[in-house]
Design a protein around this ligand. Structure first.
Ligand SMILES: Nc1nc2c(ncn2[C@@H]2O[C@H](COP(=O)(O)OP(=O)(O)OP(=O)(O)O)[C@@H](O)[C@H]2O)c(=O)[nH]1
Ligand SMILES: O=P(O)(O)OC[C@H]1O[C@H](OP(=O)(O)OP(=O)(O)O)[C@H](O)[C@@H]1O
Ligand SMILES: O=c1cc[nH]c(=O)[nH]1
Length: 471
């Protein structure tokens, strides 16, 4: 099946998706609503899984919570690891006096192996996970092969206690179950499944399990994003909320999962159509400017939506009150010369009489990475304002970083800066979002990357300034 625009490769919900080179496009309709460019990149290149850590005291129900999350995420590729698999095997001396061995101390686990395993999965490499035998207190000679997945869940009493593990997690869960109930379950389980007797279990609990819970496990609760009350009743509402959040995260472009300060305007076919026009090298200058202006207006409106507001009540033409909001006061724009100036009209059209400053940066000699300030003209009272820094193209991120540094050097708080762009490369997003975690970075599409020799965004548009300003 073909169309004049190219080969039709998918039909989704009645919508035909065309791809000139006949390449494949994923057919999930939710993806179509998201950023197609970023999705194309992620299906071709590496994506990172979503990491969930589930901690809680012994026999708190961590495994059940993980199983339930996995069941609800049945349409995703999910793998589960247990910190227990990484227990160190006991030496002959330790085995000789196993009753004195503290299995609940962080040192009993090979944390280097846990972190290396998570690192491999993060880089989409398969791993061999040890198999631990609770009866012999030894690792088996066999291993379990775990393939990379969209979601990786790791559970264990100490996963939130260990900083190196914690720092890899996108979501941290603590399962909170009554101590009495946990002890009762522990006795039942260790006798039935781990070859222990009741007296031995209680002795181990009093000597090691309870003190370690109080010292390491319970305090790690403060690192949790979510604490799930668990126990006699299984908390289905919590499981639903958690899985909905994970599904939402998985639908987001990968970079948005990494950076809370990155915002990609929700796409639709109207926006995709305008992007197609400005990216088409055969588009006339007049059309390029027309559609770029429309898109820039959307970016600016979206940016303004991130400013603080106050509640305001007005009386409508019917004499009834309408409870609404009042726009933020004290803002200004700063355009990065030259391309950033293309956004000034959009900002003025939205905010009548807004002050707009300008910054000109230039690369230092042949150093693409280093930008020096050539010129700046900023409102004298900029420190009291919210600042919208504007540049349609975020490529390496060096211009944006230099401009943000200049604005901050005038006393503007990082949290009061928004960076607005039309097209952003992942390289620039990493640079800016990492360096300024409190600057909100807003863009309408994320492209594949930067050409290493020209430093242009790919697929990009080309030289935005030339296309917009030159005949
Ligand atoms: N006696 C003994 N205990 C061990 C050994 N290895 C681990 N443990 C115990 O195993 C416990 C960790 O497993 P739990 O968190 O209870 O297991 P779980 O099945 O994940 O628990 P839930 O899913 O929350 O019910 C620690 O409290 C250790 O005391 C061992 O070789 N011998
Ligand atoms: O993220 P970076 O790698 O710094 O690149 C982005 C910058 O490059 C472009 O400007 P250019 O230097 O081409 O000047 P122009 O605006 O005058 O076209 C663009 O408008 C940005 O300012
Ligand atoms: O692709 C690019 C990169 C920087 N500046 C542009 O105008 N385009």
């Amino acid at each position: 099946m073909t169309s004049s625009a190219g080969k039709i490769v998918e039909t989704v919900n009645g919508l035909h998706i065309t791809c000139p080179n006949g390449g494949s496009i994923e057919s999930d309709s939710d993806e179509l609503k998201g950023s197609r460019s970023s999705r194309q990149r992620s299906t071709r290149g590496r994506t990172q899984p979503f990491f969930i850590g589930v901690a809680g005291g012994t026999a708190s129900g961590k495994t059940t919570v993980c199983d339930k999350i996995m069941q609800r995420l049945h349409d995703q590729c999910v793998v589960m690891l247990s910190q227990d698999s990484f227990y160190r095997g006991l030496t002959p001396e330790e085995l000789a006096d196993v009753a004195s061995y503290n299995f609940d101390h962080p040192d009993s686990i090979d944390n280097t192996a846990v972190v290396s395993c998570l690192d491999d999965l993060k880089n989409m490499r398969a791993v061999d996970v040890p198999i631990y035998d609770f009866t012999s207190h030894q690792r088996s000679t066999e291993v379990r092969r775990v393939e990379p997945a969209d979601v990786v869940i790791i559970e264990g009493i100490l996963v939130l206690h260990i900083e190196e593990i914690r720092s890899l997690l996108n979501m941290k869960i603590f399962v909170d179950t009554d101590d009495d109930l946990r002890l009762a379950r522990r006795i039942q389980r260790d006798v039935a499944m781990r070859g222990r007797d009741i007296a031995g279990v209680i002795d181990q609990y009093t000597k090691f399990v309870k003190p370690a819970f109080d010292t390491f496990v319970a305090p790690s609760r403060k690192h949790a994003d979510i604490i799930i009350p668990w126990g006699r009743m299984e908390n289905e509402v919590a499981i639903d909320l958690i899985t909905e959040h994970i599904k939402m995260k998985l639908r987001q472009p990968e970079l948005q999962r990494l950076y809370h300060n990155l915002e990609v305007i929700p796409s639709n076919f109207q926006i995709r159509g305008m992007h197609t026009l400005i990216r088409d090298r055969t588009t006339s200058k007049a059309d390029f400017v027309f559609y770029a202006d429309r898109l820039l207006r959307l970016v600016v409106e979206h940016g303004l939506g991130h400013l603080p507001f106050t509640e305001k009540c007005v009386v409508t033409g019917t004499g009834h009150p309408y409870i609404g909001v009042d726009f933020a006061k004290k803002l200004c724009g700063v355009s990065i010369i030259r391309s950033g100036e293309s956004m000034e009209n959009a900002l003025r059209a939205c905010c009548k009489g807004i002050k707009i400053g300008k910054i000109l940066v230039h690369r230092v000699g042949d150093h693409v990475m280093e930008k020096e300030l050539i010129y700046e003209k900023l409102p004298a009272d900029i420190a009291e304002r919210h600042v919208l820094v504007m540049d349609p193209i975020l490529a390496t991120g060096n211009s944006a970083i230099r401009a943000i540094q200049v604005v901050m050097s005038k006393g503007v708080d990082e949290g009061k800066i928004l960076f607005l762009s039309l097209i952003a490369a992942p390289e620039g997003i990493h640079m800016v979002c990492r360096k300024f975690p409190r600057v909100k970075v807003i863009t309408s599409e994320i492209d594949e990357g930067i050409d290493e020799s020209t430093f242009q965004v790919v697929p990009g548009v080309g030289e935005f300034g030339d296309l917009y300003f030159c005949d």
